[in-house]
Design a binder for this molecule. Structure first.
Ligand SMILES: [Cu+2]
Length: 676
């Protein structure tokens, strides 16, 4: 541990040696840890119990005019605190304040409206960037305006109503932040959760309920005080020394002697894994990103990059009670490994009575189900395209393009422009030996035709939306551009690569110079949290569970209440004298920054006895820079969650160094402005 983090990476990362032209012998690898924790705080494998994230319940269910059910959810993006490091707490950003976020479960054919509130701090508390968000439901053929387009941002105090159609076959999806240039740090901070779509086929073939277990795998590194540390090695990638499953380090799960189904999501921002069981036994791979494979595959290890989902079945009936089976990580090229990154989690086989109810409790399924993408044939293709993933002048590019070029073109520039329902073959080439790139294509599910001219790996023979393009690899993909017209992103799922700037877009069935009714930014805008978007309200129906299966005992469903009041859009005038209840208003300025000729942001909260007061109210913000006449900078409403914010670009022409906020409820606060 005497070497620095960067030295460790130069020693451990072959690709970086290549990039920097260093010739350090690999035998000198001595990278023990990336975290700066004291030994007593450092997590160790198998000390914790696996936790299964809460299944969130809809706030209500309605029926659309065409008879489809629609479940309404509300999730808040907010600060939270995680218990990862022994003896210390870790601040996170979370959906409902947790990492992973709550799991959403839905039946095929039932739609979802997800009201996604942003009540995060205006700026990231550690890394300082502005916490605007965009939520992508990865694995869903959503309309472009609900797909988490990188520049379709929702700011503090705003809510975006995402609509998810759920017409595709059953699959494991996940929702995560996709904000332009900040996706890596926001996902790393905790903005990720699973979303399970069920259908009759999947329900008849695979274990359900508590035998259907989500495993979200990620890695992290920590500062001495327990905060997350971040080092993406000049946008190459972050390799943490702590492996988390569902947010807990190297947890243990007790299992019955029967078959379990695990939905494994790699939510690491850069690390790829090669999963394997300590027993040497194969797992049975049953589903890939886009759902069930045509045929189950026996797999003794598999390469698993960020963004990919694999569903595996493990039969614990072959092990005696008392046996511990570890899920291990054999690792892949161009990852940095530490003492314990070869371990992931463990299963302790118990002698508790075996529940054999439900499908595939005792017998592994073999024949699964065909699907649209896996039934395509190359002869259907009307066009072949070739694109390279590479580093050009210190910037990551895809098909020779960067996202900044897309933005500068007014979102018109595209990498490809298939017509609706066209079938195409895309060849993606990574001629570098120093990097691997998991390439994610939005909207479509594809079939991997080949890798370097050979058939895809057994575990990849199912519908996919992320393909691992390893060192020196060229993959051929077959896909149909169906379901929606519009523009969609394609990018590397190594998130520091994506952010800098390995992302582009393609259009389906449109000319991006024409008006686009499904414009990803203009067609559905966020609205203030305390107001509702103007939508026609369909027939109300009593809320019911979206799935018919028995709920998982470890997960407690919790409904998020609708706001109890709708504030008026216009801020109320402050009263001349404070009312008795208003005297206990505690006004706090959480953000105060003015960068001259750039921007100004002042934000805070209002609380009475620690709670959010009801009724409309506003905050006046004054420039109280010493030596200057006090002037009003603006008046802003306090939303129903007790937050307020004032933003201006470029802001006042003179440097503001101090501000005072005065609430119509009587509270006041003064704070020095951050000027950088
Ligand atoms: Cu990449």
């Amino acid at each position: 541990m005497s070497i620095t983090r960067r030295q460790a990476l130069q020693i451990g990362g072959v690709g970086i040696i290549g990039a920097f032209g260093l010739a350090v012998p690999l035998t000198s690898v001595d990278a023990k840890s990336a975290s700066r924790l004291a030994p007593s705080n450092m997590p160790r494998p198998f000390q914790r119990t696996l936790e299964v994230p809460t299944v969130v319940a809809p706030t209500r269910t309605t029926v659309d005019p065409d008879g489809h059910k629609r479940h309404h959810y509300r999730i808040e993006q907010k600060l939270g605190s995680a218990n990862i490091v022994p003896g210390l707490s870790t601040p996170i950003l979370g959906y409902n304040g947790t990492f992973p976020g709550p799991t959403i479960k839905v039946n095929q054919g039932e739609r979802i409206t997800l009201m996604m509130d942003n009540i995060l701090p205006l700026f990231h508390p550690q890394w300082g960037y502005r916490l605007d968000t965009s939520t992508h439901l990865h694995g869903s053929a959503s309309l472009p305006q609900f797909d988490g387009y990188a520049n379709d941002l929702t700011g503090l105090g705003f809510c975006k109503d995402y609509e998810y159609p759920n017409f595709q076959p059953a699959r494991t999806l996940w929702y995560h932040d996709h904000a332009v240039h900040n996706t890596a740090q926001s996902v790393y901070s905790g903005l990720a959760g699973q979303y399970h779509m069920h259908d009759d086929v999947e329900r008849s073939l695979l274990p359900q309920g508590k035998f259907d277990v989500p495993l979200t795998v990620s890695d992290a590194m920590f500062a001495a005080d327990g905060q997350l540390a971040y080092d993406d090695n000049t946008h190459s990638g972050l390799w943490g020394d702590v492996v988390l499953v569902n947010g807990a380090p190297w947890p243990v799960m007790k299992v019955q002697r029967r078959i379990y189904r695990f939905r494994i999501l790699n939510a690491s921002i850069a690390r790829s894994y090669r999963f394997s069981l300590s027993t040497g036994d194969p797992v049975t791979m049953v589903a890939t990103d886009g759902g069930l494979m045509p045929t189950a595959q026996q797999v003794s290890s598999w390469r698993h990059s960020g963004g990919e989902r694999y569903e595996v079945l493990i039969d614990f009936s072959k092990y005696a009670a008392g046996r511990r089976v570890e899920l291990r990580n054999l690792s892949n090229d161009n990852n940095v490994d530490y003492d314990f990154t070869g371990k992931v989690m463990a299963f302790d086989v118990t002698d508790e009575p075996v529940d054999t109810s439900g499908p595939a409790a005792k017998v592994m399924p073999t024949l699964l189900t065909p699907s649209g993408p896996m039934s395509l044939t190359p002869s259907q293709s009307v066009k072949s395209r070739h694109m390279r993933v590479k580093r050009d002048n210190d910037i990551w590019t895809i098909g020779g393009m960067t996202w900044d070029e897309v933005v500068e073109s007014g979102y018109k520039k595209v990498l490809a422009d298939p017509d609706l329902d066209d079938v195409e073959i895309w060849t993606i080439e990574n001629s570098s030996g120093g990097w691997f790139h998991p390439v994610h294509i939005h909207l479509v599910d594809f079939q991997i035709l080949s890798r370097n001219g050979r058939p895809p790996f057994a575990y990849e023979r199912g519908p996919k939306d992320v393909v691992y393009v390893g060192e020196g690899e060229t993959v051929r993909l077959l896909m149909k551009f169906e379901h929606h017209r519009g523009r969609y992103m394609i990018h590397c799922h190594n998130l520091p690569h994506e952010d800098h700037d390995m992302m582009a877009q393609f259009s389906v069935g449109i000319d991006t110079n024409d008006p686009d009714p499904n414009h990803p930014i203009e067609a559905s805008k966020p609205h203030p949290i305390n107001q509702t978007a103007p939508v026609e309200e369909p027939v109300e129906e009593p809320t019911d569970e979206p799935t018919t299966e028995t709920p998982e005992p470890t997960a407690s469903a919790s409904a998020t209440a609708e706001p109890t009041e709708t504030a008026t859009a216009a801020p109320a005038e402050p009263t001349a004298t404070a009312t008795p209840t208003a005297t206990s208003d505690v006004l706090t300025i959480t953000t105060a920054r003015h960068r001259l000729n750039k921007d100004m942001d002042v934000a805070g909260t209002s609380r009475i006895d620690g709670a959010v007061p009801t009724g409309s109210a506003s905050v006046k913000v004054y420039d109280v820079t010493p030596g200057r006449t006090e002037t009003l900078l603006g008046t802003v409403p306090i939303n129903s969650l007790g937050s307020w914010s004032l933003s201006a670009k470029p802001g006042p022409r003179q440097q503001v160094t101090s501000v005072r906020a005065v609430s119509s409820r009587g509270g006041t606060a003064t704070r020095r402005m951050d000027t950088r």
